[in-house]
Write a protein that binds this ligand. Structure first.
Ligand code: PLP
Length: 415
């Protein structure tokens, strides 16, 4: 149909049923939106028999079936590859999917994978309950070992995971040193770079083979998206990851890809803002008698602080602190009093959150951590003054109890 003419049905659609399936064709006037367009598909059609029969060749770059890529998902993957400083990237349904994919693509029965004690909790669970029964042995290591992990790498070790800074306690690992010893022993290195994201640390530039991140966090940025990515420099490694992703049946919806792309556009501004607010909240917390220790790489006495200064371009607005042990029984009351900070486990969104965990569980190497409950704060885009006022009014309960010497008794009375 030419421009300006009334809509006309396809000449072969003589029956109403057929015209329900085949809408009128429109002229292909170019349409260039500034935002990413969404192209949905499971089925893809081919021009001729030759290209249909050779569709497997399009698995890695072209289009053969919606599950294996759409123009929308490929555009997001190209964008992430560039931001990561890699040659190719792959998006998968979640950060957790990206961790499992990476490990399954590289390790086989009889192999070993090294995981830091600080690796994302569900991933360590996966190593025990999915990998171990398949004959893949996960060796847990102290994230502070750095080049010292060479003692743990044997000839069965295929893969070393790093997560720097680590979940909950934020130790920074010497990724270049770990990568050097791993490569010397013939093992690959994968980084869970979710905290820093490609914006603050580029694992591939430091020798890491696979840079993984949960796009659900900073990139999604609004607490409503689940996605993960892996980025690599090496083409053969990309094909291995892509094949494994295909065998696992991973696919992402184009709507989610477009949402992620939209999140990426504002991510640097959001992250810088959250970091600025977080640093000021850290200063406020440092002056509170209820706080025993701040866990953030910018703190000079935090494990890996020097490495963080050397390798990272900044910090994310996610950190933890240790509460004085005497206040442990009052946590629930104080958390209930918070108005803006809400109890939730994710991070990287516009909302400020608190999550409470026990990072000592399953760890051997926490001698540097002071006793007491650990609260993780993720800073959103609320105004600093409002966040401080919220913390202040909730912490007043702690202060009262401290003045009266009744922290534990108060908690009992409230039960
Ligand atoms: C959230 C998170 C993941 C998992 O991402 P999902 O998309 O929620 O599956 C992995 N690693 C780290 C460090 C995370 O914070």
């Amino acid at each position: 149909m030419a421009m300006g003419e009334p809509a006309k049905l396809h000449p072969m659609t003589r029956h109403d049923d057929t015209s329900h399936v085949h809408p009128p064709k429109r002229s292909q006037e170019p349409f260039h939106a500034v935002a990413m367009s969404v192209e949905r598909a499971s089925t893809v059609i081919f021009d001729d028999l030759e290209s249909f029969e050779r569709r497997v060749e399009r698995l890695y770059d072209g289009f053969s079936y919606g599950l294996y890529g759409t123009p929308t998902s490929r555009r997001l993957e190209d964008h992430i590859a560039v931001l990561e400083g890699g040659s190719r990237a792959l998006v998968v349904p979640s950060g957790m999917a990206a961790i499992t994919l990476t490990t399954m693509a590289i390790c086989r029965g009889g192999d070993r994978v090294l995981v830091p004690e600080t690796l994302y909790g569900p991933a360590r669970d996966m190593a025990e309950r999915l990998l171990r029964p398949l004959g893949i042995e996960a060796i847990s290591y102290d994230p502070k070992l750095d080049a010292g992990i060479s003692a743990l790498i044997d000839d069965r070790s295929r893969l070393v995971w790093v997560e720097s800074p680590g979940s909950a306690t934020f130790e920074v690992q010497d990724v270049p040193a770990i990568t050097a010893v791993a490569h010397q022993a013939g093992a690959l290195v994968a980084a869970d770079n979710t905290w820093a994201s490609h914006l603050l640390f580029k694992p591939l530039a430091h020798g890491v083979d696979i840079s993984m991140q949960a796009l659900s966090k900073h990139a999604g940025g609004h607490g409503d998206l689940l996605m993960g990515s892996v980025a690599v420099r090496d083409k053969a490694l990309f094909r291995r990851l892509k094949d494994t992703s295909r065998f696992l049946g991973y696919g992402v919806s184009p709507e989610d890809c477009a949402l992620c792309e939209r999140g990426l556009m504002t991510m640097p501004v959001r992250m810088r803002h959250a970091d600025g607010t977080a640093r000021k909240i850290i200063r406020w917390l440092s002056g509170r008698a209820e706080v025993a220790q701040i866990l953030h790489p910018s703190e000079p006495d935090h494990p890996g602080h020097a490495v963080w200064k050397r390798d990272f371009a900044g910090s994310a607005g996610v950190f933890s602190f240790v509460l004085q042990p005497e206040f442990a029984p009052m946590q629930s009351r104080v958390l209930r009093r918070m108005q803006l900070f809400r109890l939730g486990a994710s991070w990287g969104g516009v909302h400020s959150l608190i999550s409470v965990s026990d990072p000592r569980k399953g760890r051997i190497s926490l001698d540097w951590l002071k006793p007491g409950p650990v609260w993780r704060l993720t800073i959103g885009l609320e105004a600093l003054d409002d966040l401080l006022a919220d913390l202040s009014q909730a912490f007043e309960l702690f202060a009262e109890a401290r003045r009266n010497g009744t922290a534990a008794a108060d908690a009992k009375a409230a039960e």
